[in-house]
Write a protein that binds this ligand. Structure first.
Ligand code: NAD
Length: 295
């Protein structure tokens, strides 16, 4: 069994606790047992789980795993602390807000012989699975993915990084990408921002990725993917929720890694994809915000 702490008790952190208290029966998620949570506020038990201090979590032998569920800006420091203490880490995406730090964290995990996972629940969604099936074996001519959503919460970083789930879709669907150009429109007084990234596939097909956030914008993804013989312009209507929640599926994957049930080849493939996406985001952020990227 792997004793775990959850750092950050917001939406994602609460779901992590819930899922560890009732793991999917017969799955690798049963390898994890919740030992406590870490919050900056002093709190009573949450879902029956006690608060622990950071130093306790780093030093206790019965705690070998940390789930980092804080706002994005706090990920890097927290992940580093736990990896340095020899703990396995599952961090909600994005792992960091710059590429260099992510490479350092991965090196640290490998040096200390622990698992580092960046959560990617978007790859478990029915929409993604539907798209993957449609796109398989097709040759893209050109495409666009336009995401809209409410204003970005404070401490969540730049649009390119907070939108990693959309970029991960594009990379998993169309392969390695490069950044041709990226622009940003911002209206801080109205909490509005829009990034347009012009990406290229390996065979120079154009893919436009737009992240647009502002008050009242509906959470939605609009697609336009042109292939040789057909065009996809709509995602399927919302399917009924699967029996197994998205975060639970991510927990099962993480548990399988801890139990040594995931091949080294698969672990390396995932690491390459995560770092590739973060390198693209780094480049987009530098292009659109210059030296402000590390703020
Ligand atoms: P949230 O704002 O609800 O929760 C963040 C929590 O972390 C807050 O309670 C905050 O007080 C706490 N926190 C911040 N710094 C801390 C620290 N140093 N120590 C302890 N606690 C700290 O945000 P959220 O929606 O739960 O998102 C958290 C992370 O999960 C983000 O990285 C986000 O990208 C990722 N994520 C969330 C969802 C989702 O559905 N909410 C889905 C995928 C990924």
């Amino acid at each position: 069994m792997f004793g775990a702490v959850v750092v950050g008790l917001g939406v994602a952190g609460s779901v992590r606790i819930r899922d560890m208290l009732a793991p999917l029966p017969g799955s690798a998620a049963e390898k994890l047992t919740i030992k406590g949570f870490i919050s900056r506020r002093s709190m009573g038990p949450q879902q029956g789980v006690e608060q622990v201090s950071v130093s306790d979590a780093l030093n206790r032998d019965d705690i070998s795993v940390a789930f980092v569920c804080t706002e994005n800006e706090a990920h890097e420091e927290t992940v580093r602390q736990f990896l340095e203490a020899g703990k396995h880490v599952c961090v909600e995406y994005p792992m960091t807000l710059n590429y260099k730090a992510a490479v350092e964290l991965w090196d640290l995990a490998e040096k200390n012989g622990v698992i580092l996972q960046e959560e990617h629940i978007e790859l478990f969604t029915a929409d993604y699975k539907w798209l993957k099936e449609k796109v398989e074996g097709q040759r893209l001519q050109e495409g666009a993915l336009h995401f809209t959503g409410g204003s970005l919460k404070p401490r969540f970083g730049f649009l390119a990084f907070s939108g990693i789930a959309r970029l991960t879709w594009l990379v998993e669907l169309f392969g390695w990408l490069s950044v041709n150009k990226a622009t940003i429109e911002e209206d801080p007084n109205n909490n509005y921002s829009k990034m347009t990234a012009h990406l290229l596939t390996k065979d120079n097909r154009s893919l436009t990725w737009i992240e647009e956030r502002g008050p009242g914008l509906p959470r939605a993804k609009n697609i336009n993917f042109k292939f040789d013989s057909f065009t996809l312009t709509e995602l399927p209507p919302p399917a009924s929720r699967g029996a197994v929640g998205l975060f639970m599926q991510d927990l099962v994957l993480f548990g399988a890694k801890l139990a040594g049930q995931v091949s080294l080849e698969e672990l390396q493939r995932e690491k390459r994809r995560v770092l590739h996406c973060l390198s693209l985001e780094d480049k987009q952020t530098r292009t659109t915000h210059g030296r402000r990227q590390n703020m």
